[in-house]
Design a protein around this ligand. Structure first.
Ligand SMILES: [Zn+2]
Ligand SMILES: [Zn+2]
Length: 115
Protein backbone atom coordinates (compact mmCIF):
# COMPACT_ATOMS: atom_id res chain seq x y z
CA UNK A 1 0.00 0.00 0.00
CA UNK A 2 1.34 3.41 -0.99
CA UNK A 3 0.79 6.83 0.46
CA UNK A 4 0.67 8.21 3.92
CA UNK A 5 0.27 5.62 6.63
CA UNK A 6 -1.34 6.57 9.87
CA UNK A 7 -0.05 4.85 12.94
CA UNK A 8 -1.56 4.36 16.31
CA UNK A 9 0.09 5.51 19.48
CA UNK A 10 1.34 2.52 21.49
CA UNK A 11 0.24 4.15 24.73
CA UNK A 12 -3.23 5.57 24.09
CA UNK A 13 -4.13 3.95 20.76
CA UNK A 14 -4.98 7.24 19.07
CA UNK A 15 -3.68 8.03 15.61
CA UNK A 16 -0.34 9.79 15.71
CA UNK A 17 -1.01 12.95 13.75
CA UNK A 18 2.18 14.94 14.19
CA UNK A 19 4.74 12.24 13.24
CA UNK A 20 7.40 13.59 15.56
CA UNK A 21 9.00 11.12 17.95
CA UNK A 22 9.26 11.81 21.66
CA UNK A 23 13.05 12.15 21.41
CA UNK A 24 12.71 15.10 19.04
CA UNK A 25 10.02 16.60 21.22
CA UNK A 26 12.28 16.08 24.21
CA UNK A 27 15.10 17.99 22.49
CA UNK A 28 12.76 20.91 21.95
CA UNK A 29 11.44 20.75 25.48
CA UNK A 30 14.98 20.65 26.89
CA UNK A 31 15.97 23.69 24.84
CA UNK A 32 12.93 25.49 26.07
CA UNK A 33 13.52 24.50 29.69
CA UNK A 34 17.17 25.50 29.38
CA UNK A 35 16.01 29.08 28.95
CA UNK A 36 13.17 28.80 31.42
CA UNK A 37 14.04 26.57 34.30
CA UNK A 38 16.95 24.14 33.77
CA UNK A 39 16.29 22.50 37.15
CA UNK A 40 13.44 20.57 35.57
CA UNK A 41 15.40 19.09 32.68
CA UNK A 42 16.24 15.96 34.65
CA UNK A 43 12.58 15.37 35.58
CA UNK A 44 11.59 15.71 31.95
CA UNK A 45 14.30 13.25 30.90
CA UNK A 46 13.01 10.76 33.44
CA UNK A 47 9.50 11.20 32.02
CA UNK A 48 10.90 10.45 28.55
CA UNK A 49 12.60 7.25 29.70
CA UNK A 50 9.20 5.71 30.26
CA UNK A 51 8.66 5.76 26.49
CA UNK A 52 11.85 3.91 25.62
CA UNK A 53 10.10 0.65 26.51
CA UNK A 54 7.62 1.22 23.68
CA UNK A 55 9.08 0.14 20.41
CA UNK A 56 7.71 -0.43 16.96
CA UNK A 57 9.02 -0.55 13.45
CA UNK A 58 7.35 0.87 10.39
CA UNK A 59 6.50 4.36 11.55
CA UNK A 60 9.13 7.03 11.34
CA UNK A 61 9.68 10.45 12.75
CA UNK A 62 9.63 13.22 10.13
CA UNK A 63 12.47 15.01 11.90
CA UNK A 64 15.05 12.34 12.76
CA UNK A 65 13.83 9.23 10.91
CA UNK A 66 13.86 7.11 14.05
CA UNK A 67 10.90 4.91 14.88
CA UNK A 68 7.76 6.55 16.08
CA UNK A 69 5.97 4.97 18.98
CA UNK A 70 3.96 7.41 21.04
CA UNK A 71 1.90 10.44 20.16
CA UNK A 72 2.65 14.02 21.15
CA UNK A 73 -0.33 14.06 23.45
CA UNK A 74 0.98 11.17 25.59
CA UNK A 75 4.46 12.68 25.68
CA UNK A 76 3.09 16.08 26.70
CA UNK A 77 0.96 14.46 29.40
CA UNK A 78 4.07 12.85 30.86
CA UNK A 79 6.12 16.04 30.72
CA UNK A 80 3.32 18.07 32.21
CA UNK A 81 3.03 15.57 35.05
CA UNK A 82 6.75 15.77 35.73
CA UNK A 83 6.80 19.57 36.03
CA UNK A 84 3.37 20.33 37.41
CA UNK A 85 4.66 21.10 40.91
CA UNK A 86 5.66 24.36 39.31
CA UNK A 87 2.23 25.51 38.19
CA UNK A 88 3.44 28.50 36.22
CA UNK A 89 6.04 26.47 34.37
CA UNK A 90 3.54 23.67 33.71
CA UNK A 91 1.09 26.16 32.26
CA UNK A 92 3.79 27.76 30.11
CA UNK A 93 4.78 24.31 28.92
CA UNK A 94 1.27 23.70 27.59
CA UNK A 95 1.43 26.93 25.58
CA UNK A 96 4.85 25.96 24.29
CA UNK A 97 3.74 22.43 23.34
CA UNK A 98 0.61 23.72 21.60
CA UNK A 99 2.62 26.33 19.69
CA UNK A 100 5.01 23.62 18.51
CA UNK A 101 2.10 21.46 17.40
CA UNK A 102 3.01 18.60 19.78
CA UNK A 103 -0.57 18.41 20.93
CA UNK A 104 -3.90 19.95 20.17
CA UNK A 105 -5.05 22.90 22.19
CA UNK A 106 -8.22 21.26 23.62
CA UNK A 107 -5.91 19.06 25.69
CA UNK A 108 -4.52 22.13 27.31
CA UNK A 109 -7.90 22.82 28.86
CA UNK A 110 -8.11 19.26 30.20
CA UNK A 111 -4.68 19.44 31.82
CA UNK A 112 -5.36 22.84 33.33
CA UNK A 113 -8.51 21.48 34.93
CA UNK A 114 -6.51 18.65 36.49
CA UNK A 115 -4.26 21.29 38.06
ZN1 LIG B 1 -0.87 8.58 22.72
ZN1 LIG C 1 12.49 12.16 15.93
Amino acid sequence: MQGVLWHDCLVCGDTISNHICYRCMQDEVENWLGNRNPLYISSVRRAGEFFTSYYREGAYCVMCGEDLNVCGKCYCFAVHKSIRKNRILASEFLDFAASKGFMLSPIKGVLNLQG
